[in-house]
Design a protein around this ligand. Sequence first.
Ligand SMILES: NC(=O)c1ccc[n+]([C@@H]2O[C@H](COP(=O)([O-])OP(=O)(O)OC[C@H]3O[C@@H](n4cnc5c(N)ncnc54)[C@H](O)[C@@H]3O)[C@@H](O)[C@H]2O)c1
Ligand SMILES: [Zn+2]
Ligand SMILES: [Zn+2]
Length: 394
Amino acid sequence: MKALTWQGMEDVQVLDVPDPRLEQPSDAVVRVTSTAICGSDLHLYSVLAPYLSKGDVLGHEFMGIVEEVGPEAGELQVGDRVVVPFNISCGRCWMCDRGLFAQCETTQVTEQGTGARLFGYTSLYGSVPGGQAEYVRVPHADFGPVVVGQEHSDERYLYLSDILPTAWQGVSYASVEAGDTLAVIGLGPVGLLAVASARHRGIERVIGVDLVPERLDAARRFGAEVVDMTQVKDVAGTLREMTDGRGPDGVLDAVGMEAHGNPVFAAGIKAASRLPGPVARTAIEHAGVDRLAALHTAISAVRRGGTVSISGVYGGMVDPMPLLQMFDKGVRMRMGQCHVKQWTPDLREVLAQSSDVLGVESLATHRVPLSEAADAYAMFQAKRDGCIKVVLQP
Ligand SMILES: NC(=O)c1ccc[n+]([C@@H]2O[C@H](COP(=O)([O-])OP(=O)(O)OC[C@H]3O[C@@H](n4cnc5c(N)ncnc54)[C@H](O)[C@@H]3O)[C@@H](O)[C@H]2O)c1
Ligand SMILES: [Zn+2]
Ligand SMILES: [Zn+2]
């Protein structure tokens, strides 16, 4: 089959790889009909290069048709139309019982000390072949795949695999209620769906921050007021001014470790990622290579006693954090990989409605054949050609 493979720093290629087969009794094989490129894939494209091996198949946002099921794949049937969550969880361990599916104890990568296995996401998360491919082996298929109806297009449901529940969890973790103001830092696909989710959940005032004109426009369409960070000197100060000097009640960081704003760190990340594997891994884990511009903005902007919610992925271990300010302001923080299945039952209902209430069908700006995925990665990374979200069609 054809699949998008990682070949090196900022080098991905669609190549022929062996077809996936059932390996465990609870496996299924899914024929992919749509698969997306995520902001998290951009970390693999550059910063997390030391954790990848040549030939790794990327991709963790995908949906399709079940082609084969093992004898213990539960109720899943050949022919089912499914969206597959990016975390692989068993559904019945201590963590899964508590809804903490991103920490599943059956699939945790204990040798790395990390949480549940993820599709297409480095040796840190189990090196599981991903979904930017014609076919995927889906472990724990008795629990993971979310069966969806036939009534809507793929794009109505595709984002259930990751960015929609991620955005939804990010809003939940920001602990905002009707009457509160939520600021969303970063208006990529996650930030935009966070704006849509918050508005849908009755948060009337959502303020989005980014620097890319098309993304600011999209956020306005999704119902946010916006701050263009190229037009203001001090984003946090501007957010406070917009909220009676106090700051937003909740601030969601939907940017992560590659934030714009600190060229010195930016150069450091690139340099560290190009070192030989073990050296680079040490540099990333012990020197700290995150660019924290967005997170610092969130901490500075949030009102005293307010909540900072982090959906953006951070990777370094010893970055300097404004602890003095965090403590003095008494902010609450929540973060982590999305526990996808915690949110999919409700979200599936929202998406199945006849109208597209969250506007998910308007998110993709580019739909391209899988064979053109390499160019699509470069375009998405550079935010060229108005690119916000790419859907690949195998
Ligand atoms: N927690 C999870 O489970 C989970 C799931 C999916 C994605 N993510 C993470 O969420 C983040 C966003 O993903 P995405 O797909 O929307 O990616 P993206 O890269 O398209 O979006 C990031 C946005 O942040 C903006 N930005 C950069 N620096 C900024 C700054 N200093 N202030 C304000 N905006 C800034 C960029 O212009 C861009 O629009 C990534 O870090 C991704 O890895 C986490
Ligand atoms: Zn993702
Ligand atoms: Zn589990």
